[in-house]
Design a binder for this molecule. Structure first.
Ligand code: 5RP
Length: 223
Protein backbone atom coordinates (compact mmCIF):
# COMPACT_ATOMS: atom_id res chain seq x y z
CA UNK A 1 0.00 0.00 0.00
CA UNK A 2 1.21 3.54 -0.81
CA UNK A 3 2.24 5.53 2.32
CA UNK A 4 -0.39 8.19 1.51
CA UNK A 5 -3.11 5.54 1.32
CA UNK A 6 -1.95 4.05 4.63
CA UNK A 7 -2.22 7.49 6.29
CA UNK A 8 -5.62 8.09 4.69
CA UNK A 9 -7.06 4.75 5.81
CA UNK A 10 -5.82 5.38 9.34
CA UNK A 11 -7.61 8.77 9.47
CA UNK A 12 -10.82 7.38 7.99
CA UNK A 13 -10.92 4.66 10.66
CA UNK A 14 -11.49 7.47 13.24
CA UNK A 15 -14.82 8.55 11.71
CA UNK A 16 -17.96 7.63 13.62
CA UNK A 17 -21.56 7.15 12.57
CA UNK A 18 -23.59 10.36 12.41
CA UNK A 19 -20.66 12.76 12.08
CA UNK A 20 -20.60 15.86 9.89
CA UNK A 21 -17.23 16.11 8.20
CA UNK A 22 -14.97 18.42 6.21
CA UNK A 23 -13.27 16.99 3.13
CA UNK A 24 -9.91 18.45 2.03
CA UNK A 25 -8.39 18.30 -1.43
CA UNK A 26 -5.56 16.40 -3.11
CA UNK A 27 -4.24 12.93 -3.82
CA UNK A 28 -4.18 11.83 -0.16
CA UNK A 29 -7.76 13.02 0.27
CA UNK A 30 -8.64 10.98 -2.82
CA UNK A 31 -7.47 7.83 -1.01
CA UNK A 32 -9.45 8.95 2.06
CA UNK A 33 -12.66 9.49 0.08
CA UNK A 34 -12.35 6.03 -1.45
CA UNK A 35 -11.86 4.50 2.02
CA UNK A 36 -14.83 6.49 3.35
CA UNK A 37 -17.03 5.35 0.46
CA UNK A 38 -16.10 1.75 1.34
CA UNK A 39 -17.15 2.28 4.97
CA UNK A 40 -20.44 3.92 3.90
CA UNK A 41 -21.15 0.93 1.68
CA UNK A 42 -19.93 -1.88 3.97
CA UNK A 43 -20.93 -0.54 7.41
CA UNK A 44 -23.92 1.57 6.46
CA UNK A 45 -22.04 4.53 7.99
CA UNK A 46 -24.16 7.70 7.92
CA UNK A 47 -22.06 10.85 7.44
CA UNK A 48 -22.32 14.17 5.64
CA UNK A 49 -19.42 16.25 4.39
CA UNK A 50 -18.47 19.71 3.19
CA UNK A 51 -16.06 19.58 0.20
CA UNK A 52 -13.25 22.16 -0.07
CA UNK A 53 -12.96 22.16 -3.86
CA UNK A 54 -14.89 21.43 -7.02
CA UNK A 55 -12.56 18.47 -7.54
CA UNK A 56 -13.47 16.96 -4.15
CA UNK A 57 -17.15 17.74 -4.72
CA UNK A 58 -17.08 15.85 -8.04
CA UNK A 59 -15.32 12.88 -6.43
CA UNK A 60 -17.90 12.75 -3.61
CA UNK A 61 -20.70 12.75 -6.16
CA UNK A 62 -18.99 9.94 -8.10
CA UNK A 63 -18.43 7.90 -4.91
CA UNK A 64 -21.95 8.62 -3.60
CA UNK A 65 -20.72 10.36 -0.44
CA UNK A 66 -23.51 12.67 0.83
CA UNK A 67 -22.64 16.37 0.82
CA UNK A 68 -23.75 19.36 2.85
CA UNK A 69 -22.73 23.01 3.22
CA UNK A 70 -21.33 25.24 5.95
CA UNK A 71 -24.59 27.19 5.86
CA UNK A 72 -26.42 24.03 6.95
CA UNK A 73 -23.65 22.85 9.27
CA UNK A 74 -21.36 25.70 10.43
CA UNK A 75 -19.75 23.37 12.99
CA UNK A 76 -18.13 20.11 11.87
CA UNK A 77 -17.14 17.15 14.02
CA UNK A 78 -13.95 16.49 12.13
CA UNK A 79 -12.14 17.46 8.93
CA UNK A 80 -9.49 15.45 7.11
CA UNK A 81 -6.94 16.81 4.67
CA UNK A 82 -3.45 16.38 3.26
CA UNK A 83 -0.56 18.83 3.65
CA UNK A 84 2.52 19.91 1.75
CA UNK A 85 4.83 20.17 4.76
CA UNK A 86 4.40 19.55 8.51
CA UNK A 87 6.84 20.63 11.22
CA UNK A 88 7.57 19.17 14.66
CA UNK A 89 4.77 21.29 16.23
CA UNK A 90 2.24 20.05 13.63
CA UNK A 91 2.14 23.46 11.94
CA UNK A 92 1.50 22.96 8.23
CA UNK A 93 2.04 24.46 4.82
CA UNK A 94 -0.94 23.69 2.60
CA UNK A 95 -2.32 24.84 -0.72
CA UNK A 96 -0.13 23.36 -3.44
CA UNK A 97 -3.43 22.00 -4.82
CA UNK A 98 -4.91 25.52 -4.68
CA UNK A 99 -7.75 24.85 -2.21
CA UNK A 100 -6.10 26.61 0.76
CA UNK A 101 -8.81 29.19 1.45
CA UNK A 102 -11.74 26.78 1.66
CA UNK A 103 -9.53 24.22 3.41
CA UNK A 104 -8.71 26.72 6.15
CA UNK A 105 -12.36 27.74 6.59
CA UNK A 106 -13.38 24.09 6.89
CA UNK A 107 -10.47 23.34 9.25
CA UNK A 108 -11.51 26.27 11.47
CA UNK A 109 -15.12 25.03 11.50
CA UNK A 110 -14.04 21.55 12.61
CA UNK A 111 -13.62 20.43 16.21
CA UNK A 112 -10.75 18.19 15.05
CA UNK A 113 -8.45 18.39 12.02
CA UNK A 114 -6.83 15.14 10.90
CA UNK A 115 -3.86 15.74 8.62
CA UNK A 116 -2.70 12.77 6.53
CA UNK A 117 0.77 12.72 4.98
CA UNK A 118 3.50 10.39 3.87
CA UNK A 119 6.75 10.75 5.76
CA UNK A 120 8.40 12.79 2.96
CA UNK A 121 6.24 15.76 4.07
CA UNK A 122 7.77 15.96 7.55
CA UNK A 123 10.41 18.58 8.32
CA UNK A 124 11.62 19.84 11.73
CA UNK A 125 11.08 23.43 10.44
CA UNK A 126 8.83 24.70 7.66
CA UNK A 127 10.96 25.79 4.70
CA UNK A 128 8.88 25.30 1.55
CA UNK A 129 7.18 28.19 -0.34
CA UNK A 130 3.90 29.32 1.20
CA UNK A 131 0.89 29.72 -1.14
CA UNK A 132 -0.88 33.07 -0.77
CA UNK A 133 -4.28 33.63 -2.41
CA UNK A 134 -4.90 37.25 -3.41
CA UNK A 135 -7.79 39.27 -4.82
CA UNK A 136 -7.11 40.08 -8.48
CA UNK A 137 -7.73 43.80 -7.75
CA UNK A 138 -5.03 43.84 -5.06
CA UNK A 139 -2.51 41.58 -6.75
CA UNK A 140 0.13 44.22 -7.51
CA UNK A 141 -0.08 45.73 -4.03
CA UNK A 142 0.09 42.33 -2.37
CA UNK A 143 3.10 41.38 -4.49
CA UNK A 144 4.95 44.53 -3.37
CA UNK A 145 4.33 43.69 0.29
CA UNK A 146 5.23 40.03 -0.24
CA UNK A 147 8.59 41.05 -1.74
CA UNK A 148 9.50 42.53 1.64
CA UNK A 149 8.94 39.13 3.29
CA UNK A 150 10.46 36.77 0.73
CA UNK A 151 10.55 35.78 -2.91
CA UNK A 152 7.04 35.75 -4.43
CA UNK A 153 6.27 33.86 -7.67
CA UNK A 154 2.87 34.11 -9.35
CA UNK A 155 1.58 30.57 -9.84
CA UNK A 156 0.90 29.53 -13.43
CA UNK A 157 -0.65 26.50 -15.06
CA UNK A 158 -0.11 25.46 -18.69
CA UNK A 159 1.55 28.83 -19.38
CA UNK A 160 -1.33 30.93 -18.00
CA UNK A 161 -2.11 32.41 -14.60
CA UNK A 162 -3.49 29.77 -12.22
CA UNK A 163 -6.94 30.58 -10.78
CA UNK A 164 -8.45 29.02 -7.67
CA UNK A 165 -12.07 27.82 -7.40
CA UNK A 166 -12.73 31.26 -5.84
CA UNK A 167 -11.51 33.07 -8.97
CA UNK A 168 -8.30 34.33 -7.38
CA UNK A 169 -4.62 33.96 -8.34
CA UNK A 170 -2.04 32.38 -6.01
CA UNK A 171 1.41 33.77 -5.25
CA UNK A 172 3.86 31.19 -3.86
CA UNK A 173 6.25 32.96 -1.49
CA UNK A 174 9.60 31.49 -0.54
CA UNK A 175 10.18 32.68 3.03
CA UNK A 176 13.28 30.50 3.55
CA UNK A 177 13.27 28.55 6.81
CA UNK A 178 10.36 29.89 8.84
CA UNK A 179 11.62 30.40 12.40
CA UNK A 180 8.25 31.51 13.78
CA UNK A 181 5.31 30.20 11.68
CA UNK A 182 2.67 31.99 13.81
CA UNK A 183 4.42 35.34 13.30
CA UNK A 184 4.82 34.67 9.56
CA UNK A 185 1.08 33.89 9.40
CA UNK A 186 0.28 37.19 11.14
CA UNK A 187 2.46 39.09 8.67
CA UNK A 188 0.73 37.47 5.69
CA UNK A 189 -2.74 38.06 7.18
CA UNK A 190 -1.93 41.77 7.53
CA UNK A 191 -1.26 42.34 3.82
CA UNK A 192 -4.14 44.12 2.03
CA UNK A 193 -5.51 42.00 -0.80
CA UNK A 194 -4.45 38.68 0.75
CA UNK A 195 -7.57 36.56 1.20
CA UNK A 196 -5.82 33.50 2.57
CA UNK A 197 -2.50 31.72 2.90
CA UNK A 198 -1.24 28.21 3.37
CA UNK A 199 0.22 28.49 6.87
CA UNK A 200 -2.13 26.41 9.06
CA UNK A 201 -1.26 27.37 12.62
CA UNK A 202 -2.50 25.43 15.65
CA UNK A 203 -5.24 23.72 13.62
CA UNK A 204 -4.00 20.12 13.44
CA UNK A 205 -5.23 17.86 16.23
CA UNK A 206 -4.12 14.53 14.72
CA UNK A 207 -1.30 13.80 12.31
CA UNK A 208 -1.43 10.46 10.49
CA UNK A 209 1.95 9.69 8.91
CA UNK A 210 2.13 6.81 6.47
CA UNK A 211 5.38 5.01 5.65
CA UNK A 212 6.05 2.04 3.37
CA UNK A 213 5.23 -0.37 6.19
CA UNK A 214 3.36 1.41 8.98
CA UNK A 215 1.42 4.42 10.17
CA UNK A 216 2.21 6.72 13.08
CA UNK A 217 -0.39 8.92 14.76
CA UNK A 218 0.53 12.05 16.72
CA UNK A 219 -2.24 13.74 18.68
CA UNK A 220 -2.54 17.31 20.00
CA UNK A 221 -5.16 18.98 22.16
CA UNK A 222 -7.19 21.56 20.16
CA UNK A 223 -5.87 25.11 20.86
C1 5RP B 1 -4.52 21.30 -1.53
C2 5RP B 1 -3.65 20.89 -0.41
C3 5RP B 1 -3.26 19.45 -0.33
O1 5RP B 1 -3.72 18.92 0.86
C4 5RP B 1 -1.77 19.35 -0.37
O2 5RP B 1 -1.33 19.98 -1.55
C5 5RP B 1 -1.30 17.89 -0.34
O3 5RP B 1 -1.68 17.25 -1.51
P1 5RP B 1 -1.40 15.72 -1.79
O4 5RP B 1 -2.25 14.95 -0.84
O5 5RP B 1 -1.80 15.52 -3.24
O6 5RP B 1 0.07 15.45 -1.57
O7 5RP B 1 -3.29 21.65 0.45
O8 5RP B 1 -4.80 22.67 -1.51
Amino acid sequence: MEPKERAARSAISRIQDGQVLGFGTGSTVQYALEALAERIRDEDLRVLGVPTSLQTQRECQRLKIPLTTLEEHPSLHLAFDGADQVDDDLQCIKGYGGALLREKIVAAAAQRLLIMVDDSKLSPRLNKPVPVEVMPFGMGVAQTFLQKLGRPVLRSKDGDTYWTDNGNPVIDVDLGTIADPAEAARQLDAIPGVVGHGLFIDLTTELHVGTATSVRIIEREPV
